[in-house]
Design a protein around this ligand. Structure first.
Ligand code: NAD
Length: 351
């Protein structure tokens, strides 16, 4: 994927509709409005009150409370879906069957059977199906990927992520699906291999059966390990990933306003003194703060979606990738219900 690429000016324009104007949808509207070769022609929300701010700000955009109007409209080429997860599948299926390209919020669907069906449907109708795993378009994650690909981190040993804050409780998904889905997509992008198993300990603490705190471990064939601590029950907001490799270590702190990435030339090597003594040598070298692309991730992503439509490209965050993330979420849920049992995963490289 070349998220950096602006879509080429082919003279063609994509008319897009956005459904769901709650917390996230307005960000999609704002970013698609700025994409060249794209026009936001319609927005939809079942709650009429949510349409009013759009009407005030963008009077030329058509408004509807009925999704059927958008899905059936000949003026709409593509639909971005930002509604609760439970509704992703029926809305996306209807859009694809009506010949629309689809950008769907993360996580792609409520279960992998639905996701597999969407992938099949998109293929049948030859439409782009892309999932909004926003973090893969951030300057921070793209910089880490670049460092890994250039061999600067060396052999990857582990990734440790903490993504915690107070709330926002969601009635339809638990904290693993809401917050850890970001980490799982990031890990899936950075690591060259899919995980072979997942185990997760989770608790609800509110007797509502919605996990609000979880510790998730992913294992890899190569010996790599990834751990995610995610919570809606933390007094402070932390968004920190530590990546450890044989050459360098990286800290990605997304709460930092500017210096989000720090690259540490740190490590430990062991020297065998004699049969019983193993001497560690600590390497404490420079710390580098690379310059990051400051552009809004959603702006790059919106451009990438339109580029994929106009130029027949495969999205970085395509349906297969959304399905891989979903399979891990499903297995993590099973593991939390079974007291942290290790669940084997069957995820292919294409996913
Ligand atoms: N990529 C990210 O970083 C990110 C961040 C936040 C949320 N999200 C995702 O965005 C999606 C929406 O989350 P949110 O926080 O904006 O939810 P929200 O509850 O704030 O908003 C959802 C909106 O969808 C509308 N809606 C629901 N069903 C509808 C239907 N059938 N037709 C028309 N309108 C309908 C609701 O009226 C509501 O206004 C979720 O999938 C969530 O996981 C992604």
């Amino acid at each position: 994927m070349e998220a950096e690429e602006q879509n080429m000016d082919t003279g063609k324009k994509v008319n897009i509709g956005v459904v769901g104007l709650g917390y996230w949808g307005p960000n999609l509207v704002r970013n698609f409005i700025d994409v060249e070769n794209c026009r936001v022609v319609m927005v939809c929300d079942a709650n009429e009150a949510r349409l009013k701010p759009v009407k005030k700000r963008y009077p030329n955009i058509e408004l509807t409370t009925k999704y059927e109007d958008m899905a059936a409209s000949n003026d709409v080429d593509a639909i971005a879906i930002a509604t609760p997860v439970i509704s992703h599948y029926p809305l996306a299926k209807q859009a694809l069957e009506n010949g629309k390209h689809v950008l769907i919020e993360k996580p792609i669907c409520s279960n992998s059977t639905e996701a597999e069906d969407l992938i099949k449907t998109a293929k049948k109708y030859q439409k782009i199906l892309m999932v909004d795993h926003t973090f893969l378009y951030t300057g921070g994650v793209r910089k880490i990927k670049e460092l890994i690909d250039k061999g600067e981190i060396g052999q990857l040993f582990y990734l440790d992520s903490v993504r915690i804050n107070l709330g926002l409780f969601r009635p339809d998904v638990n904290v693993i699906w809401d917050l850890a889905s970001h980490d799982i997509s990031i890990i899936h992008y950075l690591f060259d291999e899919p995980p072979v198993s997942v185990s997760a300990m989770g608790r609800d603490f509110n007797n509502n059966n919605i996990t609000c705190l979880a510790y998730i471990t992913l294992k890899y064939k190569s010996g790599m390990i990834a751990h995610i601590h995610t919570s809606w029950l933390s007094p402070v907001k932390i968004r920190r990933i530590i990546l450890g490799g044989s050459k360098k270590m990286v800290i990605y702190d997304d709460v930092e306003p500017t210096e989000k990435i720090k690259i540490y030339d740190s490590g430990i090597e062991f020297r065998q003194e004699n049969e019983t003594s193993l001497q560690p040598t600590y390497r404490l070298g420079d710390i580098n703060l690379p310059k990051l692309d400051q552009r809004e991730a959603l702006a790059l992503e919106a451009n990438h979606f339109i580029d994929c439509i106009l130029n027949g490209k495969k999205p970085l965050t395509d349906g297969a990738m959304g399905l891989a993330v979903l399979k891990i979420l499903e297995a993590a849920d099973i593991s939390t219900r079974e007291g942290g049992r290790e669940i084997a995963l069957n995820i292919s490289r294409q996913q």
